[in-house]
Write a protein that binds this ligand. Sequence first.
Ligand code: G3P
Ligand code: MG
Length: 238
Amino acid sequence: MQYPRIIAHRCGGGLAPENTLAGLRIAARLGCRGVEFDAMLSADDVPLLIHDELLERTTSGRGPVAATRAADMTRLDAGSYHHRAFAGEPAPTLQQALAVCGELGLWANVEIKPSAGREGETGRIVARLAADFGEVLLSSFSRDALREAAIAAERLPRALLVDSAADDWLRSVGDTGADALHMAVELATPERVHALNVAGIPVACYTVNRRETAAQMFAMGVCAVFTDRPDLWAVDEM
Ligand code: G3P
Ligand code: MG
C-alpha cells in the first residue's frame, strides 16, 4: 500500500469547508494527491460526508445526522460556517465525493464515522459503496465498523485509528485485520513507530499543521500526515 505523504484532512478543511467537494477541488489544485474525509449514515442509510453526529457545527440544519434523511441533508448549507464565499456548498454523498476523487485523480482515505450504535452497518454500507471506486483506504476508530468493512469489501485496505495509548496497538491491528495504524500525532514516539514498522505496519499521523512537525514524523518513520493546511507544502513534496 503506497500512501501519499501529505493527505488533506477532512478534504483540507483549513482552506475550505470541511468534508465538501469544494475542499476536494482546492486540495487537488494545490497539488495534493491524497485526501481524507468522514462518512456517516443518514436516517435512510445513505453515507454522506460529515464529521459530527449533530448537524449544528458545520451546517444550517439541526439535530442528529442519524435522524435526518439524505435528501434533506444535501439541501443544507455546509459551507457558510467556514466562510460566506462557500454559502450553499452542500454536504456531499460518499458516492459523489468518490466520483470527484476519481475525476481529480485523488487517492481517498474514507474514515468510517458511525453514529453511536450504528457501527457495524456503517462499516458494511460504506465499504460496499467504496469497493466500486479506485484507490480507497478505509479507516475507523470503531473496531466493529472495521470488521464489518472487511467482510463487505475484502479487497480494500483498512487502517485502525487510535487516539489513546491505553491498549496494545499491535494486538488491536491483528484483531481487526487492519493493514495500517493512523494515530494522533501526540502519541507518536520513535520507539512506537519503529515497533509498528518492524511488524510491517505503516503509520500515519493526524493532525499535523506545521512543516516542522511533519518533518519530525517522517524522520521517525511515519509514512504520511493528515493536514488541514496542504498549502504549506510544495507540489513535489506531496
Ligand atoms: O482520519 C484521521 C482523522 O480524521 C481522525 O480524526 O476527528 O478529524 O475525524 P477526526
Ligand atoms: Mg476524519
